[in-house]
Design a protein around this ligand. Structure first.
Ligand code: C2E
Ligand code: CA
Ligand code: CA
Ligand code: CA
Length: 275
């Protein structure tokens, strides 16, 4: 493999050249896929636990291959981040997702993931608004999800970006809560609207006492701080019952629906909505 200009590989271990070649190929293909709009959103429902009503959908990136197969984000988001492609990926995905969301019932929320690396983009919020405007979706219907890891490395930038989004009427969720290293101080200082408890606490919640204690305490604390609580990874009716009992507000997980292409989300939405 020929390294592109500016790149250099210091040494190779046996088998490493193959991995490097493979990696360079994936990088080139990803660049092309983003340019060709081949990264598309799948949508997973966010359900109000007390009523079962669909409040919105999280857009999750999928890479549609030429043979129709679909690649999951853990196979390409890290590469997009390393190659400086994550911003382009986000704006392309947002444009597609917003066009879908415009067709949903009024008030249905679109939630989308931000990479911590995007905080250094001074045009992040401005371009987000521009994309929404172009798609005809009100900023009030968008939420952005930020992972805890973002807060540690970029606290001051994170603070400014969050405030900026909120000023525009875009809600901000703290994603994967409980897995990163954010301190409780971040919760009160950064003015999130919602807190998403990581699915590692939910998958075993109907039997694991520690998870129950943690989810209960976190929910109570979040509510006192004025945050809504979303639980990820609700897979069974038993765990749904537990999180309802603990007063969590919103559920997301295979029990309510797997991530699916846009038209499926729309179908599901209109079917489940009382008219
Ligand atoms: P996430 O933001 O925590 O998204 C939730 C992940 O949990 C999704 O995986 C979803 O399919 C999965 N999930 C949902 N319900 C259940 C359940 O009941 N059980 C289990 N076992 N899993 C469930 P997915 O789509 O593979 O995404 C993985 C991660 O990739 C996301 O985690 C997010 O961190 C990242 N990601 C996805 N799309 C984007 C994107 O557009 N931009 C960025 N920066 N990251 C993204
Ligand atoms: Ca998320
Ligand atoms: Ca999450
Ligand atoms: Ca996650």
């Amino acid at each position: 493999a020929k390294a592109s200009p500016g790149q250099s590989f210091c040494f190779f271990e046996p088998g490493m050249d193959r991995a490097v070649t493979e990696r360079a190929r994936t990088e080139r293909e990803l660049r092309e896929a983003i340019a060709a709009d081949a990264i598309e959103p799948f949508f997973q429902p966010l359900v109000e636990l007390s009523t079962g009503r669909i409040l919105g959908y999280e857009a999750l990136a999928r890479w549609r291959q030429q043979d129709g197969a679909v690649k999951d984000p853990d196979e390409f988001i890290p590469i997009a981040e390393e190659c400086g492609l994550i911003g382009d990926l986000y704006f392309g995905l947002l444009a597609k997702a917003a066009r879908e969301a415009r067709e949903w019932d009024q008030g249905t929320i679109l939630s989308i993931n931000l990479s911590p690396l995007q905080f250094s983009d001074p045009w992040l919020v401005g371009r987000t608004l521009k994309v929404l405007n172009h798609a005809g979706l009100s900023p009030a219907r968008l939420e952005v999800e930020i992972t805890e890891s973002a807060l540690v490395s970029e606290l001051e930038t994170a603070r400014a970006v969050i405030a900026n989004f909120k000023r525009q009427g875009i809600k901000v969720s703290l994603d994967d809560f409980g897995t990163g290293y954010s301190s409780l101080r971040h919760l009160s200082e950064l003015h999130f609207d919602k807190l998403k408890i990581d699915r590692s606490f939910i998958s075993n919640i109907d039997t694991n006492l520690d998870s129950q204690t943690i989810v209960q305490a976190v929910t109570s604390m979040a509510h006192h701080l004025g945050l809504q609580v979303i639980v990820e990874g609700v897979e069974t009716e038993a765990s749904a019952q537990s999180v309802r009992d603990f007063g969590c507000d919103v559920g997301q997980g295979f029990l309510y629906g797997r991530p699916a292409p846009g038209h499926a989300a729309k179908q599901e939405n209109s079917d489940s909505e009382p008219s």
